[in-house]
Design a protein around this ligand. Structure first.
Ligand code: HEM
Length: 499
């Protein structure tokens, strides 16, 4: 019997199956992006679509962390034709971020980012090369001047804590959603550093800015952003939540531009008041240096400081409330320590930190379990590189997965349990842990780590010094949350009862 006759004997389903299998074979045979020898393994991917349907849109980091049990600590996931190599476990993540730092310091090209940031050499988060190096150095120095080093930042955070506590007290012991309160307070710290002023919580424009920040922070790390980057030509023309990334960023950019214009009116070159002033002064001397000191880039750097610096700290405090409400005995122990060292009336200062080892351990454990940046920022191989025995070609996207480090079974005694003892020795003294990497590691780790640590400590201590937090009777809080660029708790309500 001829092959053609054999084919015609089959029913329509079988014929379609054979055609599909044939197309698959042709695709795999001719596809241009064939893996080179030694390339990391990964789950089988559909032609054209890749592994898009494997990934749980709500909790992608859990699936991507579990895959390492099967494929090992270096494996590949495909979205469309785009390949991303996931690096898992403390040892391998450290190897990528610290030991081979130079090979993985850059961020990859992203169509979504290019549309928002008009090119890949813009802002702080997505820029590369000498623009990134110079802008990062400038931002760190300026943060130190207007942020960390100035005693006034410690004072600003304490003043802001007072506004926060006053706002919570106005709820008069009734249950309320703590999220807007924490967003207001934390964003105001970045506003002080970048704009030189704080906003009243009832300020309409401030509230619009915050809702755009929340929207962008969620969508930028969601499945919608992945889809946009995998199929930009198609997604550009489709309706869907991804379009809100661009509308939110436009609105934020407009608010930042307005602030910059106001700053230009009364700029004193000898007396910079904040990040914007310092940048404008620097711009005058470096106009043609190609180091990113242009006004357009100032807007994008400010956008990055807000995006990276407000949602992150606020979400950590939100998880802090959840974990301490779920563990009232730990909340009690924290309050006993605060009462003993600071009392109930004096404002906390950073000098109190070494005397509050239990509270410090609890804050670290909140950061570990809260895991608010579960997948880290994407990196790219700057040249052909060997990692964990696998070959990573130049230009490949690489994701050093932070969840796999913060929950590494080989590094933590009880990885899945909220346990402040992870950060305490047998005498109750605070101990640092190498696998504590919520801020990532190496040369491109979080630029705001110092500021974030100061904010977390001072806000946390002020809140628990003043209030007992609990939730509605019979309601069980969830630690699951929704994952975008950050991990967000499900909506929850708290009682804040003055102590
Ligand atoms: C609890 C709070 C925070 C956490 C957990 C956090 C975490 C992170 C992580 C995981 C990264 C990616 C690093 C990498 O690619 O390896 C990052 C980058 C960054 N963070 Fe943070 N962050 C926090 C607060 C802040 C604050 C307060 C600021 C600003 C004032 C800030 C500014 C930045 C910037 C600008 C980058 C990009 C750095 C670069 O690409 O060079 N972050 N952060």
């Amino acid at each position: 019997m001829q092959l053609r006759d054999l084919f015609l004997c089959l029913d329509i389903k079988e014929q379609l199956l054979i055609i599909f299998a044939g197309l698959l074979m042709v695709y795999f045979h001719f596809r241009k992006d064939k893996d080179p020898p030694g390339f990391p393994p990964g789950p089988p991917a559909l032609p054209i679509l890749g592994n898009i349907f494997n990934i749980d849109a709500k909790q992608p980091h859990i699936y991507l962390t579990k895959l390492a049990d099967f494929y090992g600590n270096v494996f590949c996931i495909r979205l469309g034709r785009h390949k991303t190599v996931f690096v898992s476990g403390w040892k391998m993540v450290k190897e990528a971020l610290v030991t081979q730092a130079d090979n993985f310091v850059d961020r990859p090209y992203s169509p979504m980012v290019t549309r928002i940031y008009s090119g890949n050499s813009a802002g702080l988060f997505f820029s590369n090369g000498k623009v990134w190096r110079r802008q990062r150095r400038f931002a760190m120095t300026t943060l130190r001047t207007f942020g960390l080093a100035k005693e006034s930042t410690e004072q600003s955070i304490c003043d802001e804590s007072q506004h926060l506590k006053d706002a919570m007290e106005k709820e008069k012991g009734e249950p309320f959603d703590p999220v807007p309160f924490l967003n207001n307070a934390v964003s105001n710290i970045i506003c002080k550093i970048v704009f030189g002023r704080r906003f009243d919580y009832s300020d309409h424009n401030f509230q619009i800015m915050l809702s755009n920040l929340t929207e962008m922070a969620y969508l930028e790390g969601s499945i919608w952003a992945l889809l946009y980057d995998a199929f930009p030509g198609l997604m550009k023309h489709l309706p869907g939540p991804h379009n809100r990334i661009f509308s939110s960023s436009k609105s934020l950019v407009a608010s930042i531009r307005e602030e910059i214009e106001k700053h230009k009116l009364d700029l004193d070159p000898n007396n910079p008041r904040d990040y914007i002033d310092s940048f404008l002064i620097k711009e005058k001397h470096n106009r043609n240096s190609h180091l990113g000191f242009e006004e357009e880039n100032l807007v994008l750097c400010c956008l990055d400081l807000f995006l990276a610096g407000s949602e992150t700290t606020s979400k950590t405090l939100q998880w802090g409330l959840i974990y301490l409400i779920m563990n009232p005995q730990i909340q009690c122990k924290v309050q006993e320590e605060i009462d003993r060292v600071i009392g109930q009336t004096r404002q906390p200062t950073m000098a109190d930190k070494p005397n509050l080892p239990y509270t410090d351990a609890v804050i670290h454990e909140i950061q570990r379990m809260g895991n608010i940046v579960p997948l880290n920022g994407l990196r790219m191989a700057a040249k052909d590189t060997i990692l964990g025995g696998y070959f990573i070609p130049k230009g490949t996207s690489v994701m050093p997965n932070l969840t796999s480090v913060l929950f590494d079974k080989n590094k933590w005694e009880t990885p899945d349990t909220f346990n402040p003892e992870h950060f305490l020795d047998s005498e109750g003294k605070f101990v640092r842990r190498g696998a504590f990497l919520p801020f990532s590691a190496g040369r491109r780790a979080c630029l705001g780590e110092g500021l974030a640590r100061m904010e977390l400590f001072l806000f946390f201590v002020s809140l628990f010094q003043k209030f007992n937090f609990s939730t509605l009777d019979g309601v069980k809080l969830s630690t699951e949350g929704v994952t975008g660029a950050t991990r967000t708790p499900y909506p929850f309500k708290v009682y804040a009862k003055p102590r």
